[in-house]
Write a protein that binds this ligand. Structure first.
Ligand code: ZN
Length: 498
């Protein structure tokens, strides 16, 4: 007799809402059917499984152990591919430019069910899988696991509106090939290594000398198209005098060539739709409207079509905290950036977009609701918030460790954290941990950027210091974690007008 007998019976009857499953949790939205096979996802202890009953190729192709006619299938990569084959809503997809999307980087691989519950019924589509190589290195995960987690979440929640998978901030061709080969549907091309950040601070004479060292062909190309010409964009006019043109060609020229190369080699030739995003946000200074325009104009002149572009906006978009800067100036420039994107037909993409509550209404308004907003670390912070509420002892140990290792983490992320503003742990009661620290910018940033250090921390015997207990706490309290995400990401979407 299988311990899943009662559930299997309910699955056959299509009535999984009613069952008392003896400590085994059933995910009722996962109930699904193909041919004569019915499936449901359950959680036995802390392990999620898919139970299959019936007979047919789907039953046979899934790997698992059969007992009493019920096959219990672990959430492996192989089983994910089988689920993908029979249920197309579990396959990541591209969205094109006409619908708003939100990137929901899930560093832990357990946030997607909560994300699906957040976006369900809203006029926005989720990019559930979204990780950069840096994040993979810091969390010890790989791209297969990232996509697997998203696909299984869509299956668990029976989410049929579609989700994407973003190879985020990819810089090198090997990673691009890997991500596209694994079915990623969005590619965020990080052009930072081709953007010359030294130009901005150099003298006009130096710039002119560098420019004159370019081939005549390149100089002619840009001069014939832009020099002393005026373009009307988004209610404003953009003119390229010699100095402006020289500067932009020097900063962005090689990056534009790189974008063209990647597009022609991978995007144009792909047998499926890919949402191709250009990221020029990791630069020394904000992207001037004329720079944004020149990059876009060049790309379209060279036959590229893009899904979205991420300029660097004026002010500070630091991780996990609200916008820092002059909101009126931000609005003025956003109107132009959004207008350029609109003229060419792509979406504006907002990186480090989490928690920018004071500018979300402006973004929603001027993009006319066609935007891509990326969030990542804030989802990890909601996981930590949940742990602070339900397992204060674990939170305290993580907090202490994060403070001690904060300096190391600043090598990876730019933040302006003031450690002296963080209330000492011994002054905060258990019940106040979540609000005291997860609502305070300095503490948020400490926890935000130390995720890799915390997840990898080991004791003298090589046992994980936090990771295992962190995951098991969130598994036991998955509803609490989901509620945190629904509330926090929901607030983002409310303010963005979605
Ligand atoms: Zn970025």
């Amino acid at each position: 007799m299988s311990k899943f007998q009662a559930i299997a019976q309910a699955v056959k009857e299509g009535n999984v809402n009613q069952i008392d499953a003896n400590g085994i949790k059933v995910y009722p939205h996962s109930l699904s059917e193909s041919g004569n096979v019915k499936l449901v996802m359950v959680k036995d202890g802390q392990t999620k499984l898919i139970l299959a009953v019936g007979e047919g190729p789907l039953f046979d192709e899934l790997q698992g152990t059969v007992e009493g006619g019920i096959k219990a299938c672990p959430l492996t990569h192989e089983n994910r591919l089988v689920i993908n084959k029979y249920f197309d809503y579990t396959v990541p997809r591209a969205f094109g430019t006409q619908v708003a999307t939100i990137g929901l980087g899930d560093r832990l691989g357990i946030a997607s069910p909560g994300h699906i519950k957040t976006v369900r019924g809203r006029n926005v589509r989720p990019i559930l899988a979204q990780q950069s190589i840096r994040e993979l290195n810091l969390t010890g995960r790989d791209y297969k696991q990232v996509v697997d987690a998203a696909c299984f979440a869509a299956f668990q929640e029976g989410y049929k509106d579609g989700f994407g998978a973003d190879g985020d901030h990819l810089k090198v061709e090997a990673d691009i090939e890997l991500a596209l080969g694994l079915g990623f549907t969005m590619l965020t091309l990080d052009c930072s290594e081709y953007i010359d950040n030294s130009i901005e601070g150099s003298s006009a004479a130096d710039q002119a000398a560098k420019y004159n060292a370019l081939s005549e062909e390149i100089r002619k190309h840009y001069e014939s198209r832009y020099l002393n010409q005026t373009f009307e964009v988004a209610g404003t006019s953009i003119t390229f005098d010699k100095e402006t043109l020289i500067k932009n060609v020097l900063i962005y020229g090689p990056a534009i060539d790189f974008m063209e190369h990647i597009f022609n080699k991978y995007i144009k030739t792909a047998a499926r739709e890919i949402d191709f995003e250009i990221s020029i946000d990791e630069t020394a200074t904000p992207t001037a409207p004329e720079s944004h325009f020149l990059v876009a104009k060049e790309l379209y002149a060279r036959g590229l079509t893009i899904y979205s572009m991420a300029p660097r906006f004026i002010g500070e978009f630091q991780k996990g905290i609200d916008y820092i800067g002059d909101i009126a100036q931000f609005e003025k420039e956003l109107i132009i950036h959004a207008g350029i994107a609109d003229d060419f037909g792509y979406k504006l993409s907002i990186h480090s977009g989490s928690d920018k509550f004071s500018v979300f209404p402006i973004i929603g308004k001027y993009t006319k609701g066609r935007f891509h907003v990326k969030t990542a670390g804030t989802n990890w912070l909601e996981a930590v918030r949940t742990v602070a509420k339900v397992n204060p002892g674990l939170y305290r140990r993580m907090h202490q460790y994060a403070l001690e290792h904060f300096e190391e983490a600043t090598a990876y992320y730019h933040v302006t954290t003031d450690l002296s503003k963080i209330v000492p742990l011994d002054q905060v009661a258990d019940a106040d941990l979540a609000d005291t620290y997860m609502n305070e910018n300095n503490a948020r940033q400490v926890i935000h950027i130390t995720y890799g250090i915390l997840l990898q921390a080991k004791d003298a015997e090589g046992k994980s210091l936090f990771k295992d207990e962190f995951y098991s706490t969130l598994s036991d309290q998955e509803e609490a974690f989901e509620q945190s995400l629904i509330s926090h990401i929901g607030k983002h979407l409310d303010l963005l007008g979605k």
